[in-house]
Design a protein around this ligand. Structure first.
Ligand SMILES: Cc1cc2nc3c(=O)[nH]c(=O)nc-3n(C[C@H](O)[C@H](O)[C@H](O)COP(=O)(O)OP(=O)(O)OC[C@H]3O[C@@H](n4cnc5c(N)ncnc54)[C@H](O)[C@@H]3O)c2cc1C
Length: 399
């Protein structure tokens, strides 16, 4: 197959090569250690800023690289092929915060906040989920009320926030993209609005770092607390009640890049099982000569290629800043995440006892892959969305 879909321009190819060598030299050597320690490698993360990767989709005037969804997919695939936890921290910062602001923020907000998050000086995150509301976004209860001075007072707490704290001392993210309720509209529907909350704002703190996750242990996950947290009016993004639009636009890129992480996991797992099947002998034969091993490798290859083509095709159709690709952003995430988990699982099976220990990498990939079926939308939410969208547009099946 031509490599054009995966690296459509010289620039894309250069980004892939650059990330690949960074991964080989700097990411791979620390991946197992940071998984074991359950720590986020902040100094290494800041190096991504020096390489110009943290603002990959941000216009150059704000310190970004001005690239597209395909470039974002390439970076996630390459980082995740080595260290999905580190890649998830990248996603939370660069897609969920930085891209969100670049697309939905005002000129003044972009000028104020984007340069520092693009360089890596400041770390960002996005806080949508709560302890009692995940898939059911409209069920969130964090609220913001305007005070006499025209500022917003936020109360509530957010759960599961990647990059919510950036170290072991509970230091909160430098800036958070927060979704909160701001009353009801004329028809009695909940209005959700978006706020930028900066570190140092009174009432904004880390509730807890969430420990003992199955996977993605090299990324920090935290509960964030907003206790009478007063945010100036200029830190509201867009209009009051405009958050659903922000969410919808950004979720598509989030799902695409989570699918890209799945492709990285699948690729690495397939590479590992293919190599091992060549080297390992049993009953006087290479194990790749056994039909049951061939089934693991053959099915993994077909699924890997299918997910990769679906990923890069969807990326090529995606326009940053516009929604309208939900069928495929949900479709590719639905397919690729479970396929990646299954391929990592087969890799463990092919590698026997060795596959089950950290040194051989695939057990970590398998643990990390599971999160992709939950975060950024559960499998069930993708099934629901796809079925809904196909009811509205049945001709999508024919296109
Ligand atoms: C490691 C990690 C990192 C995360 N990072 C972030 C982050 O940075 N920012 C952020 O905001 N959130 C983050 N999340 C939260 C994540 O997005 C949510 O966990 C996810 O959306 C699911 O929500 P929930 O856990 O509340 O599960 P629920 O929504 O309560 O779902 C529980 C089960 O019910 C099913 N279900 C719910 N509604 C329906 C329905 N209508 N039809 C059928 N089935 C349904 C779900 O599919 C699931 O199987 C993270 C989570 C984890 C674990």
């Amino acid at each position: 197959m031509s490599g054009d879909l995966f690296n459509p321009s010289e620039e894309h190819l250069m980004i892939r090569e650059m990330v690949k060598s960074f991964v080989e030299e700097s990411v791979e050597p620390q991946a197992l250690e940071f998984d074991r320690k359950e720590e986020f490698n902040l100094p290494l993360f800041r190096e991504l800023g020096e390489m110009g990767l943290l603002g990959i989709t941000v216009p150059e005037e704000f310190g970004g690289a001005g690239m597209d969804a395909t470039a974002a997919a390439i970076i996630h695939e390459e980082l995740s092929a080595s260290d999905p936890g580190f890649a998830l921290a990248y996603l939370a910062h660069s897609m969920l915060f930085v891209n969100n602001l670049a697309v939905n923020g005002s000129q003044q907000q972009k000028e104020k906040f984007l340069p520092a998050v693009c360089s890596g000086e400041a770390i960002g995150c996005m806080a949508m989920s709560e302890a009692d509301a995940g898939t059911d976004v409209l069920g969130l209860s964090t609220n913001a009320i305007k005070n006499e001075d025209g500022d917003w007072v936020i109360n509530g707490s957010k759960m599961w926030i990647t990059n919510g704290c950036i170290d072991e001392d509970g230091t909160p993210a430098d800036i958070v993209w927060v979704y909160a309720q701001t009353g009801k509209d004329d028809k009695g529907r909940k209005m959700l609005s978006t706020f930028l909350v900066e570190k140092g704002t009174k009432g904004y703190s880390v509730g807890q770092k969430i420990e003992d996750k199955t996977g993605m242990r090299a990324s920090n996950t935290a509960e964030l607390v907003f206790d009478n947290c007063i945010v100036p009016a200029e830190n509201m993004v867009g209009e009051q009640g405009g958050a659903l639009g922000h969410m919808m636009r950004n979720l598509e890129l989030e799902r695409l890049t989570l699918a890209a992480m799945a492709v990285g996991i699948a690729r690495r797992s397939l590479e590992a099982m293919n190599k091992y099947a060549e080297e390992r002998e049993a009953f006087g034969k290479r194990i790749r000569d056994f039909g049951q091993i061939q089934r693991h490798i053959g099915e993994s290859w077909a699924e890997y290629r299918a997910m990769k083509v679906y990923l890069y095709h969807t990326a090529s159709q995606m326009k940053l800043g516009e929604s309208g690709n939900r069928l495929d952003s949900d479709g590719v995430k639905l397919f690729a995440t479970t396929a990646a988990k299954n391929i990592a699982d087969r890799a463990i099976q092919v590698m026997g006892g060795y596959g089950y220990v950290g040194e051989y990498v695939v057990e970590r990939l398998w643990r990390d892959a599971k999160l992709l079926e939950i975060g950024g939308g559960t499998l069930e939410s993708h099934q629901k969305n796809i079925t809904k969208d196909l009811a509205k547009d049945p001709d999508a099946i024919l296109r």
